[in-house]
Design a protein around this ligand. Structure first.
Ligand SMILES: Cc1ncc(COP(=O)(O)O)c(C=O)c1O
Length: 373
């Protein structure tokens, strides 16, 4: 069975872990410092990076460091991994959902503009599946309204944007995830990049119990902090993975281009589009199961019987019972809801072969054969 994703880990990563285990320093230490420096260089050198034990923690710390709390509203896309909205709730603020574009699956800028109120503090776009969100108008909007832009780049390490700069290098807070299904991994882990020194210092405090040390070695805690630090074992793996990232992303791009060239064309099948700088974290299609007279579980089972595994990324968040309590319901965000009902994630990972790709395209052609197109 071809899974929809598989991490690429080899002897170098194993050696890196073994070295850390032998070093006697297992928690946050020299490897984390080296990883943060390497990431900052990778992002273009104009930002500081702080590593976290997850992308979720990085987002939570960014909101706290941005002073976001009860009474504040944060604009989020209605379709993302639920962490994007949960972190807003976690800091006591209110997520305000906005529909996404059906093809790019990224936040609608006009929708965001319409959703602004006097309580809006943050725009929180997601770079879905490695495709850059429409950042220029979002930054413009933020500038006009005095808002902070915090980018959820959990799926976008290596994505380039507009002028060619890497997502994460622009200076505002940008958060990455290095969960095993991402384009590179630290097992669990994440990072925050930002060019504002005061913001970074606050993020550091929030990351570790609120602890602040002065030059004389004195310690103070002036605000709450959590336990969000990355261990050195993860950072050591991350350093190796970062060195391999461009090659990983190159192969992902080749495979995505292969899908775009060879997937069958059919009225029930909506393919994603390529875009400059796309890092192809996932290849997600929409399938109109109703038009095909089937259901998603039945379709997935038939693909499975042909050796093709699939994932679902993601259900619309505003329809989760937690968020319906805020007054949301079916019909609010048609694109997010359609994606939630019709999405399938196809296999895409660097060690996937051209034959694997053919197998997926042939499986789709087989299932769509004889149906009205
Ligand atoms: C869009 C998005 N945001 C946030 C996260 C959370 O990252 P982590 O799993 O590292 O906490 C993920 C992880 O899948 C994600 O896809």
């Amino acid at each position: 069975m071809l899974p929809f994703t598989r991490p690429t880990l080899g002897d170098e990563e194993k050696r890196a872990v073994s070295d850390v285990l032998s070093s006697g320093w297992l928690a946050t230490g020299p490897k984390v410092a080296a990883f943060e420096g390497a990431l900052a260089d990778y992002l273009g050198g104009g930002v500081d990076v702080r590593a976290f034990n997850s992308g979720t923690s990085a987002l939570e710390a960014a909101l706290i460091a941005g002073g976001v709390g009860p009474g504040d509203e944060v604009i989020v896309p209605a379709m993302s991994f639920v962490a994007t909205a949960n972190v807003v709730k976690r800091v006591g603020a209110t997520p305000v959902f906005v529909d996404v574009d059906l093809v790019s699956r990224n936040l609608s800028v006009s929708g965001a503009e319409r959703a602004l109120t006097s309580r809006t503090r943050v725009l929180l776009p997601v770079h879905f599946a490695g495709r850059a969100a429409d950042l220029l108008p979002l930054h413009q909007l933020a500038k006009e309204r005095g808002l902070l832009v915090i980018e959820d780049a959990a799926q976008a390490i290596g994505t380039r944007f507009g002028d060619g700069h890497r997502i994460g290098g622009s200076g505002n807070p940008v958060c990455f995830s290095f969960h095993p299904n991402k384009n590179m991994t630290t097992i669990e882990g994440g990072a925050l990049a930002c060019s504002d020194g005061d913001f970074i210092r606050r993020v550091e405090r929030v990351r570790f119990h609120g602890i602040e040390r002065d030059a004389q070695g004195g310690v103070d805690v002036s605000e709450w902090g959590g336990k969000m630090n990355l261990p050195d074992v993860g950072a050591a793996i991350g350093l190796v993975q970062l060195g391999r990232l461009e090659a990983f992303n190159w192969r992902r791009k080749e495979l995505a281009e292969g899908y775009l060239a060879h997937m069958p064309r059919h009225g029930a099948l909506l393919l994603p589009e390529d875009a400059p700088g796309h890092s192809w974290h996932m290849f997600c299609v929409c399938v109109d199961f109703e038009m095909l007279g089937t259901t998603r579980p039945a379709f997935q089972e038939r693909l499975g019987s042909l050796g093709v595994g699939t994932g679902i990324h993601y259900p619309a968040m505003h329809l989760f019972s937690l968020y319906r309590k805020l007054g949301y319901g079916p019909g609010d965000f048609p694109h997010a809801e359609r994606i939630g009902e019709q999405t399938l994630t196809l296999p895409l990972f660097p060690t996937m072969t051209d034959q694997d790709l053919d197998r997926v395209c042939v499986a789709f052609a087989t299932l769509l054969q004889g149906t009205e197109s």
